[in-house]
Ligand binder design. Structure first.
Ligand SMILES: O=P(O)(O)OC[C@@H](O)[C@@H](O)c1c[nH]c2ccccc12
Length: 279
């Protein structure tokens, strides 16, 4: 199973990271860094008032192979920002998603949106690393973390100023997460990470179990405006979309098609660049 293989790879990466990361130095460095940008906060006040967007920078995936050949992470991030994404997700896993920590760092320097480090976090060292490379939030996947580790890693991330997006795929995982927290960001992954099967019904089923004060993000397999309307009507406050945008030559066009136009007040601010064709 893929997820097991990925976690094996992460164990090896963590071993290496432990050999190279000087914790005292990391903490000193982090203390001198600017504060993180509020990832959750940005999603709680989305630009399109009815639906928040986390747009993903994703070159490839184990289920789809290479998704975008013409892949320039900074340009993509800038196009997402101009198109009014609320936050970005950047895949940093190298072996399975052809991602890179360097993509995240380069994007950090080019855009002002809050950034999620999208990876398979199993250890505190990866959270130090996330903060050091410029992330504002980390993903924690309930399918690979028992309750105790979820709690520990969430607390650890928050101590470094990072928000967490906790991902679930079924009611059992959701129950575990709710034992840890009943607020914050809960991601419902419409893709089963073991089988790669997708269904938006997963969002609808689990939304009924998510408490009011948590923010539900519907992740994966969202292809068009109808899908967004469906998850919205079924309890999602936000969506996380990668492949649909990555397959389109003009990112801004795709974002507008799927999410709808930005409100006029926001458009006027970047009027020029938008007129010049970013949209
Ligand atoms: O490209 P999609 O189908 O729009 O999906 C984006 C995102 O949800 C997906 O990349 C994802 C969700 N959870 C993950 C965990 C690890 C790696 C990747 C993911």
């Amino acid at each position: 199973m893929y997820l097991d293989r990925i976690v094996e790879t992460k164990r090896r990466e963590v071993q290496q990271l432990k050999e190279t990361l000087n914790i005292a130095e990391a903490e000193r460095h982090i203390a001198a860094m600017p504060p993180t940008r509020g990832f959750e906060e940005a999603l709680r006040r989305p630009k399109r008032s009815n639906m928040a967007l986390i747009a993903e920078v994703k070159k490839a995936s184990p289920s789809k192979g290479l998704i975008r050949e013409d892949f320039h992470p900074v340009q993509l991030a800038e196009a997402y920002e101009a198109a009014g994404a609320d936050c970005l997700s950047v895949l940093t896993d190298r072996d399975y998603f052809q991602g890179s920590s360097e993509y995240l760092t380069a994007i950090r320097q080019a855009v002002s949106l809050p950034l999620l480090r999208k990876d398979f976090v199993i250890d505190e060292t990866q959270i130090y690393e996330a903060r050091l490379i410029g992330a504002d939030a980390v993903l924690l996947i309930a399918a690979i973390l028992p309750e105790k580790r979820l709690r520990e890693l969430k607390t650890f991330a928050e101590a470094l100023g990072l928000d967490t997006l906790i991902e679930v795929h079924n009611a059992e995982e959701l129950e575990t997460v709710l034992a840890v927290t009943d607020r914050g960001l809960i991601g419902v992954n419409n893709r089963n990470l073991h089988t790669f099967e997708t269904s938006l019904k997963v969002t609808a089923e689990l939304a009924a179990l998510v408490p009011e004060r948590a923010l539900l993000i519907s992740e994966s397999a969202i292809r068009n405006a109808e899908d967004v309307a469906y998850v919205s009507a079924n309890g999602a406050h936000g969506v996380l979309i990668g492949e649909t945008f990555m397959r389109r030559p003009v990112i801004g066009e795709a974002v507008t098609e799927v999410m709808g136009p930005l409100p006029d007040v926001l458009l006027s601010g970047f009027g020029n660049s938008i007129e010049k064709g970013l949209r």
